[in-house]
Design a binder for this molecule. Structure first.
Ligand SMILES: [Zn+2]
Length: 217
């Protein structure tokens, strides 16, 4: 469910991934025999994330900087999005636990850093985006049992997720796209994406390419 006001309600399938999608090989390991039929079946214009905001959305421009990812790679970034954990979380999670887990995921080389976007933890008052783990069921606008919800003004977005997805990366990658670009859900089965796709995937090559292009438009 998506609305013009920037509210996005997401199901568990979107946060974790769905069994209905075929397994997607690791990024970079996709052989031509797999990739070519997928590409051939892609809609004209190819697979890409569709953003409701014009680029670069809520991202800020910054000088090109090289940062080390949480898995040890040098990454060039020139777009910035700031975040902070909420002051309280469900499930007995401490702010420090949330910060450690989310930071590690956000700063992974397979995260949106691969599209040139730094996701920087800043003081709570300054953050463009707050991440909060909540108890199920999650109320999200008219949806009473969402698993994830991104809402709020563009200057101060709120990502809420049910505590059951804590520690998993796909939901965070998914909600960030709603948060900084009002990106839409994907339903095209030939276009696996963190916006709709198989379990446990990181942003796909088409996710990264289209987000990079949007972020720099
Ligand atoms: Zn969603």
């Amino acid at each position: 469910m998506e609305e013009e006001n920037g509210l996005f309600a997401c199901g568990l399938d979107e946060l974790i991934g769905s069994d209905d999608w075929p397994e997607v090989p690791e990024v970079g390991a996709m052989e031509d025999s797999v990739a070519q039929p997928l590409m051939a079946a892609a809609p004209s214009g190819g697979c890409r994330i569709h953003f409701n905001l014009p680029g670069p959305g809520n991202l800020r421009k910054m000088p090109m900087t090289t940062v080390v990812s949480s898995d040890g790679f040098d990454m060039d970034v020139d777009r910035l999005y700031t975040w902070a954990p909420a002051p309280n979380h469900a499930g007995g999670l401490s702010v420090a636990e949330v910060e450690a887990s989310v930071s590690k995921i956000f700063r992974d080389s397979k995260s949106w850093m691969a599209a040139g976007i730094a996701l920087r933890r800043v003081p709570f008052e300054e953050a463009q985006c707050i991440v909060k783990y909540v108890a199920a069921p999650l109320e999200c606008g008219p949806v009473h049992n969402a698993a994830g919800c991104t809402s709020g003004l563009d200057s101060r977005r709120l990502i809420e997720m049910v505590v059951g997805v804590f520690g998993r990366h796909k939901g965070l990658m998914h909600e960030l796209i709603h948060a900084f670009g009002h990106g839409r859900h994907n339903t095209i089965e030939t276009c696996p994406s963190v916006m709709g796709g198989p379990k446990g995937i990181w942003p796909t090559p088409s996710d990264i390419a289209s987000t990079r292009k949007w972020a720099h438009s």
